[in-house]
Design a protein around this ligand. Structure first.
Ligand code: ZN
Ligand code: ZN
Length: 369
């Protein structure tokens, strides 16, 4: 069957013939892949910055943002049946007994680093016609979300972030006790850094949770992403026309910052102007560039004096996938056009190498099978 693979030794990215997987355990499910989203991680893999083939293979099938349709289930599969739509989790647990996180189903917090990740690290990914996986590594997707289901995995990044924010911010009376569980962000201000797919999906998460939400990004407005931000009900501010000091003056106390662009300079600039008791979440991974100068003493002093928290967050657990699927339903009701327009291009698998190696624009490009 067709698959897109990288060959790290020869530095090739190409369409290959990959052996079709079979169900070998009673708890496994076989899916026909429908769509696979492409993101910055894939580009880092196809430019050989990382990406490791499974043991015994010279190549790695890439793709981790999946949507598939179940075609066959093993005899012990309980809740999934042929015809269902499903999204796969990306990270699988490490084998060590002493890894409490993996043993408790929280491989996103693996202690050892010996986890595998489909399409990224030592396990084949989803940019191929069929995939076999354990039922517990899949999440059911309602039929009515077929057109946007491929956005689930990128959305889990923001879902995991906000789930941790709620947990950590319980350290203080952050949430107004008079707000409903759905609107816990009411009265608080969120600042999203970056207007890529994760930034825009994060913006939806924060607006839906009641935050007064701002997006601080490079391009000058008006531009198509700024229009989407405004359509979601957030405010777009360009860092080309507004400095962080002006930003702070304009916005007031920033209670939550969500870094989704991997832009380290802007991140540290914004950190300087956070409000008291704020929390800053790093979710983007910057390319390693020239080190920048940061006034560390000032930054530390402000973080201490204002009780701020700084957090890094990667990957997602099952609950985050469930939250993402639930929220896609909410977003589809609330912002149907905006949600659809996050997917800016569909490419057949034969064109995937050009898509991965070229400089395709748009927001989220998707490979179809
Ligand atoms: Zn991705
Ligand atoms: Zn582990």
């Amino acid at each position: 069957m067709k698959a897109i693979a990288i060959f790290p030794k020869t530095r090739e990215v190409k369409l290959i013939d990959h052996e079709e997987p079979k169900i070998t355990k009673p708890t496994q499910v076989k899916l026909r892949t429908l769509e696979v989203g492409v993101c910055g991680t894939d580009r880092k893999i196809t430019s050989f910055q990382f990406g490791t083939p499974p043991a015994g293979y010279e190549y790695l099938v890439i793709g981790h943002e999946s949507l598939g349709e179940v075609v066959e289930v093993g005899p012990e599969v309980r809740d999934i049946k042929p015809g269902d739509l499903a999204v796969m989790v990306v990270r699988h647990p490490c084998p060590h007994d002493y890894c409490r996180a993996c043993r408790m189903g929280h491989q996103d917090f693996c202690f050892t680093g010996d986890f595998t990740e489909c399409g990224i690290k030592e396990e084949h990914g989803f940019m191929t016609e069929f995939v076999v996986a354990e039922e517990r590594h899949m999440n059911l997707m309602p039929r009515e979300l077929r057109d946007v289901g491929v956005l689930t995995e990128p959305l889990t990044v923001a879902e995991k972030a906000i789930a941790q924010v709620w947990q950590i911010q319980q350290r203080l009376p952050w949430i107004d006790p008079n707000t409903s569980a759905q609107m816990r962000g009411k009265g608080l201000k969120a600042m999203v850094l970056g207007a890529g797919p994760i930034g825009l999906l994060g913006t939806m998460v924060f607006v839906a949770a009641g935050f007064e939400t701002y997006v601080y990004s490079r391009s000058k407005a008006p531009n198509p992403k700024a229009d989407l931000v405004e359509a979601i009900g957030a405010k777009y501010i360009s860092n080309e026309t507004t400095s962080v000091e002006q930003l702070a003056e304009q916005v007031g106390n920033i209670d939550l910052a969500f870094e989704a662009a991997g832009a380290s300079q802007i991140a540290f600039d914004v950190m300087r102007v956070l409000g008291p008791n704020a929390i800053f979440v790093f979710a983007g991974v910057p390319d390693h560039t020239v080190p920048i100068k940061v006034d560390t003493a000032l930054l530390i002093r402000d973080h201490v004096m204002k009780n701020r928290a700084v957090l890094g967050s990667v990957n997602a657990d099952r609950a985050d996938f469930e939250a993402a699927i639930r929220d896609l339903g909410v977003f589809k009701q609330r912002w149907p056009q905006v949600l659809r327009s996050l997917i800016t291009g569909y490419y057949p698998i034969e064109q995937a190498p050009q898509l991965l190696l070229g400089s395709a624009g748009g927001i989220k490009n998707v490979v179809t099978l």
